[in-house]
Design a protein around this ligand. Structure first.
Ligand code: ADP
Ligand code: 5GP
Length: 192
């Protein structure tokens, strides 16, 4: 039987931890086997985001239809919006032995681990300290103060899950964090 080599690389962190930035940098390098799982969400689109590239932006009603139809590998309500991982691409890419990067919340990450076991590799991206997180969220300027407050309120719940992850990387200097994620993935793949 042909050995399966595909891997789901899940990056989780508190909001502002740097998941999007780190994954984008890795994918920009153009590795032919590295792909990104585009989540579906009911959150409003941010300036600069592209529908179908950053997320599949849908209405509440559409999202619920996808839940009913069993189209999502996992989904979660985060900061008041629905977010979910479409099943179809995940299965297709694993069958093609791709390395699939997922930017999802801690609960979604653990669900992926439960479903995919050794095929999933969970990385927690830890901010150097809480102040850096606040500064980065404020700097990103994509949320209102109230939305930022909601995101920060979830940090303790997210940090509690850290022990359940396969690896923890501190995102202090961005380039170092990117190199460390790449190295972890290469190591994992070489053992596959
Ligand atoms: P997430 O996707 O986890 O919510 P982002 O990737 O959007 O986080 O990062 C939040 C903000 O912090 C962005 O403006 C990003 O450019 C910035 N950022 C990410 N990593 C670093 C870092 N190591 N040093 C400084 N700023 C960073
Ligand atoms: P944001 O609104 O900042 O893009 O994302 C908010 C949170 O939702 C982040 O923690 C992000 O990782 C998470 N998220 C994005 N897509 C998914 C998904 O498909 N499933 C789950 N469980 N969380 C997701």
């Amino acid at each position: 039987m042909k050995k399966e080599r595909g891997l789901l690389v899940v990056l989780s962190s508190p909001s502002g931890g740097g998941k999007t930035t780190v994954i984008k940098k890795i994918l920009e390098e153009g590795h032919p086997d590295y792909v990104y799982s585009i989540s579906m969400t009911t959150r409003p689109i941010r300036p600069g985001e592209v529908d179908g590239k950053d997320y599949l932006f849908v209405t509440d009603e559409e999202f619920k239809k996808h839940i009913q139809a069993g189209d999502l590998t996992e989904y979660e309500k985060v900061h008041g919006w629905y977010y979910g991982t479409p099943k179809i691409k995940i299965n297709e890419w694993l069958a093609q032995n791709k390395v699939v990067f997922l930017d999802i919340d801690v609960h979604g990450a653990l669900r992926i681990k439960r479903q995919f076991g050794e095929r999933a590799f969970l990385i927690f991206l830890k901010p150097p300290d809480e102040q850096a997180l606040v500064d980065r969220l404020l700097n990103r300027s994509t949320e209102t103060k109230e939305q930022i407050r909601k995101r920060l309120a979830r940090v303790p719940e997210e940090m509690k899950m850290i022990d359940k992850f396969d690896a923890v990387i501190i995102n202090d200097k961005l380039d170092d964090a990117v190199q460390q994620v790449k190295k972890l993935v290469q190591n994992k793949m070489s053992k596959n």
